[in-house]
Design a protein around this ligand. Structure first.
Ligand code: ATP
Ligand code: MG
Length: 392
């Protein structure tokens, strides 16, 4: 019965002169996801509103599910549109609409008419009053409540007439592509996919880098990261995933540095390499899934040590989150089940029994000098042999 959706957007409403840029980005993202849905659609922007009109048969559930992944959308209103055939016919259609959408009539309502087409013979106040009468006549068990109605029945008079009352929540945030691009350090864990999702939600386009260590980490571990990127890409659009072979670097650090500092020094090299790729691909920052105190490499001291090697800002959207809060988001965005698959992570393979929790910057820097001889060429080789996977 629904033929259109009215798309509500909150935050991008307040952007002054830039507003049209945001709206255009939102329209673009909506068109992009709708390509994946059955049916064809027209996406229109009129008077500060975005409408999605189905121009063929379509799958309602699927379409709503896809729209719920477009950042920038705060609400999705399924709309019934009818031709203007006079008020009496409109009244009949509204009565039928209420019957279809609300089988139980013990509800309060309010009619909110909007006359966008000024030559309509009644003004909005008249429509509200008369339509209220029509509804009460058809369903005596319904009551009017103008303050907190159960049903806010919208009637918009345009070239056609739109009837809607339901708002399905969208993901909120800002349309992807309005906020520059950042490089996500994506591992196979629970945290980093959530971190990428959260920054993308602010309108930022995401690329990713994954460090693997064959043969210590398997193809399956890599595939898991690709699968996670795919899940995140449903919200963010295509992700360029840079896969870096980290084995030789990791082995070299293992050979040359104290084992309790291995994780920290490895993390520093990951950050350096990620930053190098970020700068070459016009990313304006790095993103990690770190959260204070979660593991030894994420104490304040450790974060200081990891942060020291980067010039670009490092965004850590989960920094103050408990694991349970992160898990809740990963379940919501459907990455959790993939994240908990048991495949090995390159960080855990060589991990010391008692890694330092308060690394001393001076000492770390001194021990990194042990790497001077070969680390430059190893990093170079890792960059040159990167594998680029475009995930969409
Ligand atoms: P996650 O659940 O995201 O794997 P974690 O709790 O396992 O995080 P660490 O292993 O300490 O934490 O990693 C901290 C952050 O470093 C990760 O959130 C991720 O951003 C990045 N990272 C760790 N390992 C890798 C890797 N192999 N490739 C790319 N990034 C990584
Ligand atoms: Mg991890």
């Amino acid at each position: 019965m629904f033929t259109s959706f009215l798309i509500k957007y909150a935050e991008i409403g307040v952007k002054g002169k830039n507003r049209y840029l945001f709206e255009d980005a939102l329209v673009r993202q909506i068109k992009h996801v709708l390509k994946k849905c059955e049916g064809s659609f027209q996406v229109r922007k009129t008077d500060g509103r975005i409408y999605v009109d189905a121009v063929s048969k379509f799958d309602y559930e699927e379409t709503v599910a896809y729209l719920q992944k477009v950042f920038g959308i705060s609400g999705i209103c399924p709309v019934v549109s009818v031709e203007d055939e006079g008020f009496e016919k409109l009244g009949e259609r509204v009565v039928k609409y209420l019957d279809e959408v609300y089988p139980d009539k013990h509800k309060t309502f309010k009619v909110v008419a909007r006359r966008a087409r000024k030559n309509y013979p009644m003004d909005s106040m008249e429509i509200n009053a008369q339509m209220g009468g029509v509804i009460l006549g058809a369903y005596p068990e319904m009551r009017v409540d103008v303050h907190e109605p159960d049903i806010m029945l919208h009637i918009e008079i345009r070239d056609k007439i739109y009837i809607y009352s339901e708002i399905i929540p969208g993901p909120g945030g800002m349309p992807v592509g309005t906020g520059g691009k950042a490089m996500l350090l994506l591992s196979g864990g629970i945290d980093s996919p959530v971190a990428g999702y959260m920054i993308a939600k602010r309108g930022v386009k995401i690329d990713a880098v994954y460090f693997h260590a064959p043969p210590y980490t398997s193809e399956r571990a890599k595939q898991k990261v690709v699968d996670l990127a795919k899940k995140v890409a449903q919200y963010t659009g295509p992700i360029y995933l840079h896969v870096i072979n980290f084995t030789d670097i990791q082995m070299y650090i293992y050979d040359q540095c104290p084992h309790d500092e291995l994780t920290i020094i490895m993390r520093r090299y990951m950050m350096r390499i990620a930053e190098h790729i970020a700068k070459e691909t016009e990313c304006l920052g790095l993103i990690t899934g770190e959260s204070i105190g979660q593991v030894a490499s994420q104490t304040m001291h450790s974060l200081l040590a990891t942060n020291e090697v980067c010039e670009l800002p490092v965004y850590r959207p989960l920094i103050g989150f408990d694991k349970m809060e992160i898990v809740a988001i990963s379940e919501k965005i459907d990455t959790y089940e993939t994240s908990i698959l048991p495949y090995e992570d390159c960080c855990t393979i060589f991990v010391a029994k008692h890694p330092v929790t308060k690394p001393n910057l001076k000492i770390i820097n001194r021990h990194e000098q042990n790497l001077e001889e070969k680390i430059g060429e190893l990093v170079q080789a890792a960059l040159e042999t990167e594998e680029l996977i475009i995930v969409s």
